[in-house]
Design a protein around this ligand. Sequence first.
Ligand SMILES: [Zn+2]
Length: 350
Amino acid sequence: MKAIQLVANGTPGKFELCDLPDPKPAADEVVVQVQSCGLNHLDLWLEQGALPIPVPLPRTPGGEVSGRIVDMGAAVTDWKRGDEVAVQSNLFCGECEFCVRGDDSMCLRGQLLGVQRDGGFAEKMTVPTRSLVRLPAGVDFDTSAALTLAGSTAMHMLTNRTQVKPGDWVLVIGASSGVGSAGIQIAKALGGRVISTGSSEAKRDLARRLGADFVVDSTDPAWPAQVRAITEKRGADVVVEHVGGEVLHKVFDCLARGGTVVTCGATAGKDVMMNLWPFFVKQQRLVGSYGRDRADIVTTLEWAAAGKLKPVIDSIYPLDQTAEAFAHLRSRKALGKVLIDPYEPVSESD
Ligand SMILES: [Zn+2]
């Protein structure tokens, strides 16, 4: 089978299109024929060698997988060949205290698909059955790949780690990102009044099309003041944040009393200084969010099937153009998800 492997870290890293033996499933695993696999900022960190965990190379990246079961281990009884599935990328153990209570995003022995184990930029891959979610009718492979990771991350942030109540002001950072584009739609569906940020007119326009009530220009240093003005000086009740660095300071400038910042990333900087005085005086919360639980993926796919959550797909690349796909994501010009389609070479949609 064909697979793209990262063989040397760098910006860009060195990728090779390899012919590898077909993967063999363990007793509790299936072999998934990959139909679509999304690219994530995590893949860029893997490419650069910038993850806080050692990753031996070569490695097949790719964690946002949808596909079809083509083989299975001896102990698998609940799945059959031909079943269409999404794959949960935070492979959880299923046995630790957190997994047992359903918080598999907190698993003590979790592994990242495409980082600690070969992922979906390949024609086939193996995965434990506990990480499979059945695709509902009406959800195609590209929709699943575009939403399974980023959409379920936003679902986990907005319905598990914090809750949006009808009428809440919700600020969603980065409308064009996977988390941002899903976050806008989820917050609106929950009854929030949504403000989003975008660094270009195209990104702000996307935010409006996804349902944002107000949009501010994140390249304008005064954008936090604009958020305060939009909310009549009150500030946002919930902020969906995934950028970190200076942006984290700015979101606290436009957070309401009793408000919550929920964050799932640090693409612009991991080390942040914080002024604790207004934080405790205003009784605010900063909540971490990591990955998703199986329940979040199930809900995300149900919402997609019901038309409540639409994927935003920027472009689809064939497997042999994976390096170009990485370069496109790195350029920050992508409007929505960049997908790799290992079986059907499709030209870019832009
Ligand atoms: Zn566990």
